[in-house]
Write a protein that binds this ligand. Structure first.
Ligand SMILES: [Cu+2]
Length: 473
């Protein structure tokens, strides 16, 4: 379905003039950034299609890109103009707990008409994002997200060469409107989550980026999909990898595999540098498409064309400065087992939900079909509680038949082992992929006090039971 739609769309999309980049937020004179969650009518699929009723920050899809220098204060005055409560989570930031934006855990949801002052300092530079964190499965699907870029004191590339690509898949009706009838469907919650049939990059379909040949560009890819694991091939576009989940490496790296998977909420920073077509033995393409490879047919996400005089790659050295973060002390770790169960064709065993056993008859009513360690959704007790500075190893065993993307709030971790696929364990992440029947171990220093969520970032899975929390005291 998706390939047909986006294929059909290509002729429409290319005829339109489209913004190439995300809109960057402008702070007020006092340095405060205004964000408003608003109900907006917007044409997602092109001018010849009907408009969708979306929920967007400042009326834009994606919301304004927020840029703050590393170590500097970010102040956001948030106003909720929706008809229901909401909150904002700053994804991947090792943030002050009170600012993490998880309604029901770190703050009360902001009521309709209410405001909230988000005020935090981001210790790490990199590619992050913000999104609604109350009924996220619904609010994010309707468009409540934007990029959050924490700038290095010394930028890796200048602003003209620093491109954000927020990727999202929307589920649209044939007339181009958001498919509302399937919002919250039990089918999605118990299977792969809400998958869309219409892919946008920075709110438009297949934008084209016109770049200078032979110069370094940083592409910040952010997967804002509710549930789709996006697959790309950095090698196919001669891209190097600069970092994952906001944390850059110490130098650009060759991709490990032909395809690179990005779970919902994961980010990948790429470096591209393309000589002119026919002018270099290195590569003979003057343009290429970044393709999404998870479906039956490759889909063009965005097109890049190169012009200018440079016949070879510019040799300007890139200076990458990795974020400073404490290494886990594996010899003195607290070990936490996390068993994932449930989902379609799976078993949950005996499950408790809100402190009571979940009977068979309750499943359809509560839509709780997934569990961590036999508990669906948040319980009164945390999964674990540790003292600040303690190294934690979480061994996650996925006993469901489904792939998941697990996100730890407030901390970055290292992946220690992965049974079936190689992942570069030497990199920091805030979200990890786990296949069906796979076991993944992660380790981190729990050095950020507060109550932190640990959940599947396939937002329907989280709503249907796949979330828990831990406490650092
Ligand atoms: Cu999941």
């Amino acid at each position: 379905m998706i390939s047909r739609r986006n294929f059909m769309q290509s002729s429409v999309a290319l005829a339109m003039s489209m913004p190439l980049a995300t809109l960057v937020s402008k702070a007020r004179a006092d340095g405060v950034i205004e964000l408003r969650a608003q109900k907006i009518s917007k044409k997602l699929a092109g001018e010849s299609y009907a408009a969708s009723q979306l929920w967007l920050y400042n009326g834009k899809s994606p919301g304004p890109e927020i840029r703050v220098k590393q170590g500097q204060r970010a102040r956001v005055h948030f106003t909720n103009e929706l008809d229901e409560p909401t909150s904002i989570h700053w994804h991947g930031i090792r943030i002050d707990n009170a600012m993490d934006g998880v309604s029901g855990l770190t703050q009360a949801a902001v009521p309709s008409g209410g405001t909230f002052e988000y005020d935090f300092v981001a210790p790490d530079a990199g590619t992050f994002w913000y999104h609604a964190h109350n009924n996220s499965w619904n609010q994010v699907a309707r468009g409540l997200y934007g990029a959050l870029i924490i700038e290095e004191p010394e930028p890796v590339v200048d602003r003209d060469h620093d491109l954000t690509l927020m990727l999202d898949d929307w589920r649209l009706e044939d007339d181009g409107t958001l498919h509302l009838a399937s919002m919250g469907s039990f089918m999605d919650w118990s299977h792969a989550g809400r998958l869309g049939n219409w892919i946008t990059v920075n709110g438009t379909s297949q934008p084209e980026f016109k770049l200078n040949a032979g110069e370094n560009y940083r592409l910040r890819l952010i997967n804002a999909c509710n549930a789709r694991v996006i697959q790309i091939s950095p090698a196919a576009i001669n891209a190097l990898i600069l970092g994952y989940d906001g944390f850059v490496f110490d130098r650009p790296a060759q991709p490990d595999n032909d395809t690179l998977s990005m779970a919902p909420a994961q980010r990948v920073d790429l470096l591209i540098n393309q000589p002119l077509a026919g002018q270099s033995e290195l590569n003979d393409i003057g343009e290429f498409a970044l393709q999404e490879l998870s479906g039956q047919n490759p889909l063009s996400l965005a097109k890049f064309s190169f012009s200018g005089a440079r016949k070879t790659r510019q040799q300007a050295a890139l200076k990458l400065t990795p974020n400073s973060i404490r290494m886990p002390d594996l010899d003195n770790a607290v070990n936490v087992p996390l068993i994932m169960t449930g989902g379609a064709m799976g078993r949950m065993g005996t499950v408790s939900y809100k402190g009571k056993p979940l009977g068979r008859d309750d499943v359809m009513r509560t839509k709780q079909v997934w569990a961590f360690n036999g508990v669906a959704n948040l319980a009164d007790e945390p999964l674990f509680q540790v003292e600040r500075g303690q190294t934690v190893v979480i061994k996650t065993e996925n006993k469901t038949g489904w792939i998941h993307g697990m996100h730890v709030h407030g901390h970055h971790f290292r992946i220690l082992s992965r049974q079936r696929k190689e992942l570069p364990s030497m990199h920091w992440r805030d979200t990890f992929i786990i296949d069906g029947d796979e076991t993944v171990e992660i380790a981190f220093v729990a050095d950020n006090p507060g109550k932190w969520l640990l959940h599947c970032h396939m937002l329907e899975h989280a709503a249907a039971g796949m979330q828990t929390w831990f406490e650092v005291v």
